[in-house]
Design a protein around this ligand. Sequence first.
Ligand code: NI
Length: 324
Amino acid sequence: MKKWMTALMVAVMTAFFANTAYAAGWVLNQTGWWFATKDDGSAWLSDGWYWLDGNEDGIAECYYFDAEGYMLANTLTPDGYTVDADGAWTEMGQKQARPASEVPSYIEEEPQEEEPAGRVVDPTKPMVALTFDDGPYAKVGNQIMDCLAKYDAKVTFFVVGDRCASYQTEMKRMADEGHEIATHTYEHKYLDKLDAAQIREQIDKGVEAIVKYSGVTPALVRLPGGRKNDTVLANVAYPMIQWNIDTRDWETKNTEKTVRAVLDNVKDGDIVLMHELYASTGDAVEQIVPELIARGYQLVTVSEMAQARGVQLQAGQLYYSFRP
Ligand code: NI
């Protein structure tokens, strides 16, 4: 028995008595040696010759495993070659060996869990959730997303359901680039003017449109105009995301005023309301985003911010900010 085999046997027996899983590689049991190709021992080499680097000298040798997977030793193999006491192929007294570097690996790597796409929100650092309502609208939406992409910034788009079919490419881009897509209802009707069934229909159809055109299932609702009453609160089965910084960009349609509304007021945990429909808003984003990044803010989606702040969003509840 070679030194490496003795050492391995000790390791295997230790593992056995500790009742722990063995690693892929040589394994000894009561019947003999076998070679596990998976860490859990659920697959092994069998029925033929395999080059294995079992040797501490870096030389690989050829071993024969029978139909059940046990290494043959001190015998003839089915194809008429002899194997020595250590199981290695010998012919005319010469051991068949080759450099270990030429030997394939038979060990199957366990598939690694995919890391999420490299984006990490640091809950200890300040963050802001920019939100854009009333889209999709490709002209402004793409301008916003072009800017966000430069800074690895993510935002939330609250889209109107009956617009989604017209902007399918933009919807897919939102999803592909990791922005949050949430519903701003199907037709942007003020829900406080509707009855319970109409409210539910506006929400359900708004959700369906997002699923259909982006593949994403939205988790959040923004109420048109932020308008609500008891019927609304009782019939919207999603967290309702309000805001605490209102840029009034729809009213001013002024880039500088929109920029100032954010930069003069913003604090850690804020939810900023903007609209995807105005060129002035797209231009404002190109100033707001680099400045917020320069101030040390992470630009995150609403769901990311809630999670980072340890808030479990509840259906039927209103949220205005996640200030610490
Ligand atoms: Ni709106």
